[in-house]
Design a protein around this ligand. Structure first.
Ligand SMILES: [Fe+2]
Length: 159
């Protein structure tokens, strides 16, 4: 490499700074982009976020509260299909902003985890479930920029 225009110390200083910048920008895939965050954005990561009014989603709730589609009532022991969609307005899935996983529970019992890849998947997941008692299905998703969000749907089980 031609360094005739720079003295050796300046060349090494600039090279080290460039290497550190490059390492930091690639070492943490999905890391927060370098920009100022207000308190409301950082608070999203300190809690599980839920809709304030599930019948009237607003702001970030529109793209983040999981929507669970399933029958209101099922028969005990008979499998049924449940679909989880992240957002009333489906959340984007690009490398800089995406849903990286969705967990599904029946009350506090873990059922499954969906792990998603930006660009190649959409945050829509289906699964067959069998319940033997009434329960609330709870979906918790993680957005790389907006933290954890929960949506819920009660399912009544009849004998
Ligand atoms: Fe998001």
């Amino acid at each position: 490499m031609d360094t005739s225009g720079l003295n050796r110390r300046e060349f090494l200083r600039k090279g080290a700074a460039a290497a550190i910048t490059a390492a930091l920008s690639t070492a943490l895939p999905g890391a927060m982009p370098a920009r100022a965050q207000d308190k409301s954005e950082t608070d999203l990561f300190r809690q599980i976020n839920r809709a304030k009014d599930k019948n009237k989603l607003q702001g970030l709730e529109l793209g983040h509260v999981p929507q669970i589609h399933a029958p209101d009532s099922i028969k005990a022991g008979v499998p049924f299909e449940a679909e989880v969609r992240v957002g009333e307005k489906l959340h984007e899935m690009v490398p800089s902003h995406y849903i990286d996983w969705i967990d599904l529970y029946a009350d506090d019992i873990f059922l499954t985890k969906f792990i998603l890849t930006p660009n190649l998947t959409q945050p829509v997941c289906k699964i067959m479930i069998t319940l033997d008692r009434s329960a609330t299905l709870r979906a918790i998703e993680h957005c790389n920029l907006h933290g954890l969000w929960e949506g819920a749907r009660p399912i009544t089980v009849t004998p």
